[in-house]
Design a protein around this ligand. Structure first.
Ligand code: NAP
Ligand code: ZN
Ligand code: ZN
Length: 347
């Protein structure tokens, strides 16, 4: 076994603290890389707090992981020592179901292996995430990182990036569309960048008036403060798509009223509460509420390459790992500009 160190929550009631654990030996098809940076996703916070389901503890969060390869197995063909490498939200899947065969490993019908708070495909070895010094992953689930992008700012692409890129691609959002990005946090700010890159007219829907200048700098064309009834009134019936990145319970009828007829409300945010969608808010106007989860491995690589080509990275605030608990408190208040990234050299 390979000795590893990281930060873990020992239970849903405790803060993150240093913890030593073990990674598996590098198998024939495995890549080991030392983690240089790891992004901080709101899903990390949901999971250490058991917001979605009872977690597996100790839990080492982190699924926006980038670093340099230090060891490769005999059969590895994609990577060599010294290469940049990345891991996102998945470390394996069944590979044989219809979805895996179609490059939709995130929807593996047998249930894949999440990067942390889950089990390897043997269904008994717990997985540990990127708030750690090193990681061992099957090469098929390791992404190639374009050399030209800033490495720390690339980390959030592995979750916040692909989670917003994939639905915009799936629904073919682009020129001629009015896209609203709901919530300007880690996912939201990437949604703005991709929406603009794909040619849509992008509006940010936010509860934070102070984020307007940033939204415009990110490329958004319009900004609506959703707590201001006058601004909401102007926005009624105006969007083809809403990309909903909100992490907490929110009022669907308010946002659905801003969709055009046949508009689609695409949910990527994962509040712990069940959705309350009043029937009349979708029946009138033939509107849809849809959902989307991260993206497949091939699509994640495509997204990274697209980012290299269009010079897209995340806007980040670098933190020391000892400040992770404070970062979570700020995240809960919506005070993230726009993704925390842990400098793993501080571990
Ligand atoms: P984040 O950085 O904390 O951003 C969330 C944003 O939502 C906040 O900045 C805030 O934006 C807005 N917000 C928060 N509470 C709100 C409320 N009560 N009402 C309205 N708006 C509110 O979080 P994130 O990392 O982007 O993640 C967002 C959500 O996506 C989380 O639930 C996360 O678990 C989920 N997620 C899903 C996937 C997937 O595959 N589907 C992948 C990653 C993350 P404003 O200040 O602009 O209002
Ligand atoms: Zn995430
Ligand atoms: Zn599968």
């Amino acid at each position: 076994m390979i000795p590893a160190k990281g930060y873990a929550a020992q239970s849903a009631e405790t803060d993150l603290a240093p913890w030593n654990f073990e990674r598996r030996e590098v198998g024939a098809n495995d890549v080991q890389f030392d983690v240089a940076y790891c992004g901080v996703c709101h899903s990390d916070l949901h999971q250490i707090r058991n917001d979605w389901f009872p977690g597996i503890f100790p839990m080492v969060p982190g699924h926006e992981i980038v670093g340099k390869v230090v060891k490769v197995g005999n059969a590895v063909t994609k990577f060599k020592i010294g290469d940049l490498a990345a891991v996102g939200c998945m470390v394996d899947s069944c590979r044989t179901c219809e979805n895996c065969q179609n490059g939709l490993e995130q929807y593996c019908l047998k249930g894949g292996a999440p990067t942390y708070n889950g089990f390897e495909m043997d269904r008994k070895t717990p997985t540990y995430g990127g708030y750690s010094n090193t990681i061992v992953t099957n090469e098929d689930f390791v992404l190639k990182v374009p050399e030209k992008l800033d490495l720390a700012a690339t980390a959030p692409l592995l979750c916040a990036g692909i989670t917003t890129y994939s639905p915009l691609k799936h629904w073919k959002v682009g020129k001629g569309h009015k896209l609203a990005v709901l919530g300007l946090g880690g996912l939201g700010h990437m949604g703005v960048k991709f929406g603009v890159a794909f040619g849509a007219e992008v509006t940010v829907l936010s509860t934070s008036p102070k984020k307007e200048a940033d939204a415009k700098k990110l490329g958004a064309h319009n900004f609506v403060v959703t707590t201001d009834p006058e601004q909401v009134k102007v926005a009624k019936n105006s969007f083809d798509f809403i990309l909903d990145t909100v992490s907490a319970e929110h009022d669907f009828s308010l946002y659905l009223s801003m969709l055009k007829t046949d508009g689609v409300h695409i949910l990527v945010g994962l509040p712990s509460e069940a959705l309350k969608v009043p029937p009349f808010s979708i029946v009138g106007g033939r509107k849809s509420v849809a959902g989307s989860s991260i993206g497949g491995i091939q699509e994640t690589q495509e997204m990274l390459d697209f980012c290299a080509e269009h010079n897209i990275v995340s806007d980040i605030e670098m933190i020391d790992i000892k400040d992770i608990n404070t970062a979570y408190e700020r995240m809960l208040k919506g005070d993230v500009r726009y993704r925390f990234v842990i400098d793993m050299a501080t571990l």
